[in-house]
Design a binder for this molecule. Structure first.
Ligand SMILES: Cc1cc2nc3c(=O)[nH]c(=O)nc-3n(C[C@H](O)[C@H](O)[C@H](O)COP(=O)(O)O)c2cc1C
Length: 210
């Protein structure tokens, strides 16, 4: 157990927002499949699985996307560029997708209808009823799993919120009636040493009520 704790903690310490990757080093298919598997197994609210990933290794495409991501060097130096999409249409209450997801549990129709009612009521309580924002939160959970599992394998990463959403969607020919881009994340191997980490102490971060 102690070993496991140390291994995991080391991975968290190893992970940092890598600003430039070594272009000569590529992540193996096997290792990236492991990283993707941890995204697949990540939880989603109501189990709705409303996130899809575009995994880009094509150098030409990466170079084309770089100016749309604030010209950040991670975009074209990384080995794997992942674009997360939120399935806005599917996530709507009473969509064919949500019906299928509730049916998947093998419950009686009446129970499925009840679940759907709860789901629809929940969506009414969302601030500004924004299905994109809610779906996008699920993408963040996935990406968090991915950067940690990557770090366990010695793979570096950098999340990218600095992108022009509309232009990226246009270039990647995203059908906006179905889905929208939620997040970008880059993976590869560092070329520069890791900078110092700045974090609050546990006492600053937490309020303990005992
Ligand atoms: C959701 C999210 C989006 C981010 N977007 C960017 C980005 O566009 N470009 C960048 O260089 N770093 C980005 N970062 C990295 C953060 O700046 C970085 O994680 C933070 O400064 C802490 O540093 P560390 O990750 O090295 O410990 C992002 C981080 C998160 C969590």
């Amino acid at each position: 157990m102690q070993d496991l704790k140390q291994t995991l903690l080391k991975a968290y310490e190893f992970r940092h927002a890598c600003k430039l990757f070594d272009e000569s080093k590529k992540i193996s298919d096997k290792d990236f499949e492991f990283v993707l598997e941890t995204a697949r197994l990540s939880p989603t609210s109501f189990g709705m699985e409303g996130v899809r990933l575009i995994v880009i290794t094509n150098q030409e495409l990466k170079a084309k996307l770089k100016p749309l991501c604030w010209n950040q060097n991670q975009i074209d130096s990384c080995s794997h560029l992942v674009v997360f999409k939120t399935k806005t249409k599917d996530l709507k209450p009473y969509s064919e997708w949500t019906k299928a997801k509730f049916a998947q549990r093998g419950l009686a129709q009446e129970a499925q209808d009840k679940y759907m009612q709860v789901y629809a009521n929940f969506h009414k309580t969302l601030k500004s009823d924004d299905i994109y924002e809610w779906g996008t939160r699920q993408a963040y959970i996935m990406f968090s799993s991915m950067i940690t599992s990557a770090a366990l394998l010695g793979i570096d990463s950098c999340p990218i919120e600095g992108f022009e959403k509309e232009n990226l969607e246009k270039t990647l020919e995203i059908d906006l009636s179905e889905e929208e881009i939620s997040l970008v994340c880059t993976f590869g191997y560092r070329i520069n040493p890791q900078p110092a980490k700045f974090r609050l102490s546990l006492d600053e971060m937490c309020e303990f009520k005992q």
